[in-house]
Design a protein around this ligand. Structure first.
Ligand code: GDP
Ligand code: MG
Length: 289
């Protein structure tokens, strides 16, 4: 039996290769139409922490933004869309629900309404960003700063990344545990981890890959361990792919140097196309590898 994580890795690497210009040109651009589609056709949920890039990822996949558009805003509400994903001549309808990442009564309601019972999605796109979450509120930025200062180490970019990564894994654990226990998403068939904002850490993409995909390093990250749990305890089809939706510089915390984007428009176009094709293959259960 070919190792599932080896396959996941080689798929990741082929996308990296394509973005860096060595791979085959991506197929036709994924595009979209907005139509009146029932919200029960191919239900897909987009999950992930606040500021991970869910709203922007959705917009990029449906090409409703251009890289020069103004930035996204904090989105506390559930976002529901009926969408047609198009890749070449293939059209795939999907009912996509973006679940807000903030801990809030609204999020709880969105999770319960979206994930339980008849409305349970067939697929989840879980968005992570290797520690580059945008913190929307000034007060929350101060909280992070104080928590890091209290640890005694330097308050630098890497400390902020680590803080977010720990939180991201703890948040993913809630989702994974609930799926494995059968409390959530009982009709779920697949889960794709979108490793977003890769334009901000393309020079360290191998580290990000090993953080999210099991089997890479001697010491597996908590996130990778959870992926392994999903693989062992469920029959879900799993994928982990790098993604970038916008080229926007990232401010870790006020006062720290900003991280600029390392990719160009053509490169995020390639990422988007590969991601869109994988998503479409999963939605329609075609063999994506
Ligand atoms: N550089 C870069 N910034 C991104 C990317 N995706 C999202 N962002 C930025 O990250 C912030 C949060 O994105 P958003 O989609 O609103 O996060 P959400 O809270 O998960 O919906 C925004 O300022 C986005 O412009 C990306 O792929 N690359
Ligand atoms: Mg949002």
């Amino acid at each position: 039996m070919p190792d599932v994580w080896e396959n996941t890795r080689s798929r990741w690497e082929s996308v990296r290769h394509a973005v860096e210009g060595g791979g085959p040109a991506p197929g036709p651009e994924a595009a979209t139409l907005h139509g009146r589609i029932g919200l029960s056709v191919n239900p897909v949920a987009i999950t992930g922490e606040a500021g991970a890039g869910k709203t922007v990822l959705y917009d990029a996949l449906t090409q409703s933004i251009r890289s020069g558009d103004s930035d996204s805003a904090r989105s506390p509400d559930i976002e529901k869309h009926a969408t047609v994903l198009r890749s070449g001549s293939r059209r795939t309808r999907a009912a996509v629900t973006v679940i807000p990442g903030q801990l809030s009564a609204q999020r709880e309601r969105a999770l319960t309404d979206t994930m339980r019972g008849d409305a349970s999605p067939h697929g989840i796109v879980h968005v992570v960003c290797w520690g580059h979450n945008r913190i929307w509120q000034r007060g929350a930025q101060r909280d992070v700063h104080e928590a890091l200062a209290a640890q005694g180490g330097p308050v630098d970019q890497e400390a902020v990344r680590n803080w977010h990564r720990r939180k991201e894994a703890a948040d993913f654990r809630l989702l994974v545990d609930a799926i494995i226990d059968g409390q959530l998403a009982q009709r779920l068939r697949w889960l794709i981890v979108a490793v977003s904002k890769s334009d901000l850490y393309w020079d360290r993409l191998g580290e990000a890959r090993d953080h999210y995909i099991p089997g890479g390093s001697r010491r597996e990250s908590p996130f990778a361990a959870l992926m392994r749990d999903l693989q062992n305890e469920t029959s879900l089809r799993l994928s982990v792919l790098p993604m970038a939706s916008r080229l926007i510089r990232h401010q870790f915390l006020p006062g720290l140097p900003a991280q600029t984007s390392q990719l160009d428009d053509a490169q995020i176009g390639a990422l988007r196309t590969h991601f869109g094709q994988e998503l479409q293959a999963f939605i329609t259960q075609r063999n994506g590898g």
